[in-house]
Design a protein around this ligand. Structure first.
Ligand SMILES: [Zn+2]
Length: 284
């Protein structure tokens, strides 16, 4: 019998959603507080990349002191992540020094905030293959670059996670419009899930353009088909999806991870519980 379409399998995000939005902001500056208020107001989630030896360095775009940083991020739904202890180019120092930057930064943030910290954004976009290997060896799950793709692609290499765009990109709002107008679940071939990833520095909004992020937040929030998540939540989810184990004919699937995973096949979305094996319906 001719089976018309949709034999292919597609990842769906939490709740079976086809799209996800995330934010990533660097340096731990005073303006982060206002950004967090905006994210919270609209139910958005973001990741804040913090150094650990530059507290109170106010001349550097108003960095928060240690206590302010703690109070700003502790007990918030947002992620804190690494940005190097001293905000240096990791690819322009001897490798042991780069290792020290990462390890010191991770140790501080984990101890101070009493949580596991596994994300990172490269300071100055400074990285190379050796640095990526160091991150893998030190338990860092992903690292964000500043290489804007202007696409909504799911990252292949989490240690070189390219964002969609910076918030000052003139294409920001057109990209958001396009992202919202797409509906992978109703396409014939372009059914892949979509990720809209915005990065920047909140101090850049102090140049009288808080309206940009407010407009974006308003536009992109409150959608039933969009999952609003931190960087690490998205990374962990995609890795869980990628860890699914299939039978040879692709009709059975086992979820060895600790989180429920959603998959679409033949136009139907399945939720696979942790440690569960399911069989897909043959015909819909
Ligand atoms: Zn930075």
């Amino acid at each position: 019998m001719f089976r018309q379409m949709f034999e292919e399998k597609y990842m769906r995000f939490e709740g079976g959603k086809t799209k996800a939005v995330t934010f990533s902001y660097d340096d731990g500056v005073v303006a982060d507080k206002r950004l967090i208020e905006i994210l919270d107001k609209y139910g958005l989630k973001g990741t804040f990349n913090l150094n650990s030896l530059l507290f109170g360095c106010e001349r550097w775009h108003g960095r928060m002191d240690e206590q302010q940083t703690y109070l700003t991020f502790y007990s918030r739904p947002h992620e804190i992540a690494l940005h190097g202890a001293r905000h240096i180019y990791l690819n322009k120092v001897p490798l042991p020094e780069a290792v020290n930057e990462i390890v010191q930064n991770r140790r501080y943030l984990e101890d101070r905030f009493d949580r596991i910290v596994r994300g990172m954004a490269y300071a100055y976009n400074g990285y190379n293959q050796d640095i990526k290997e160091v991150l893998k060896m030190t338990g860092v799950a992903y690292a964000r670059t500043t290489n804007a793709t202007r696409t909504f692609e799911i990252p292949q290499d989490f240690w070189e996670w390219n964002p969609t765009c910076h918030h000052t990109d003139p294409e920001l709002l057109p990209l958001a419009e396009r992202f919202l107008s797409l509906s992978p679940e109703s396409e014939f071939k372009m059914r892949e899930p979509l990720l809209f990833y915005v990065w920047g520095h909140s101090y850049e909004f102090d140049d009288d353009n808080w309206g940009v992020i407010e407009e974006l937040a308003q536009k992109i929030s409150g959608r039933d088909d969009v999952w609003y998540a931190t960087n690490i939540e998205i990374c962990d989810y995609i890795n869980a999806y990628r860890s699914l184990v299939f039978s040879l004919d692709g009709e059975r699937v086992y979820n060895p991870s600790a989180i429920p995973v959603y998959i679409e096949i033949r136009g139907k979305v399945y939720r696979i519980e942790p440690a569960q094996t399911i069989r897909f319906d043959k015909e819909i």
